[in-house]
Design a binder for this molecule. Sequence first.
Ligand code: BTN
Length: 246
Amino acid sequence: LGKDIQYYKEVISTNNQAKFAAQQDAGEGTIIVSEAQTSGRGRLARGWYSPAEKGIWFSVILRPHFLPQEAPKCTLLAAVAIVKAIETITEIQVGIKWPNDILYNKLKLVGILTEMNAEMDCINYIIIGMGINVNIQKNEFPLELQHIATSLAIIKGKKISRVQLLNEILFQIETLYNIAQAEGFVKILEEWKKYSVTLGKTVDVIGINDTFAGLAMDIDADGALLVKTKAGIKRVLAGDVSIRAK
Ligand code: BTN
C-alpha cells in the first residue's frame, strides 16, 4: 500500500482523481492525496469541506479478489484503521458511528466515502476516500459546520503532524487489509464493534425506502446494522443513521 503515491496541491476530489487513475490501470494500493479539494464529496450527495493544508484528504485504490457484496466491509475496515492510527499518534480516543463516521464528543472528525466499480461478480476497483479534519480551527469551519464538526487540533489544543498520521493510517489499513484477504472480516468486525458508538443506542434511520426508529443491536457478517423496531428486526445496509440523545 502506498508504493505509488500521487500527490497534488489541488484536485476537484481525490475520489474523482482516483477513479480516473484506476481507469488508467493504476495498481492496487495506489494513493491519491491532495492538499486541497475544490469540490470534496461526502455521502448522500453532500459536500466535504477540504481547506488547503489543514486536513488529510486522500483516496486508496484497492483491487480485492472478494465479491462485490463484501465491499461495504472495506469501509468499516478503513474506519477501524483510522481510529487506531489516531489513538497511536494523538492518544485521542474516538468512536465510530455506523457505518463510517468517526466522532469525538458527537462531533464529526472523519468521513469516509467508498465507491466501487464491479462487473457481475468481480470487483474491478474500490476507492476508499477519507477526509480527516486535522489542523482546522473552530472559527475556520463554515458556520453551518461549527456545531457538528471538530478537528484533532481543536481537541488537542495544538497542531498535529499530517505526514506522521497519514503514514500510520496507511500502515493500519495495510495490516487490516492483509488480514481481511487472508482470513476474512471476522476480526475486523469485532474491532469495529469495540469502537462503535452506535450499538446499544436508540437510532433514527433514514433508509433507502423507509424511515424508522429502533434499538441498534448489532452488525451482521455483511456489516449491515441490525435495528430492533416494533415491527421486528430490520437490517440496514445503507442509509443515514442518527443517534438519539437520551
Ligand atoms: C462523509 O462523511 O459523508 C464522507 C466524506 C468523505 C470525504 C473524503 S475527503 C477525500 C475523499 N475525496 C472526496 O471527495 N471525498 C472523500
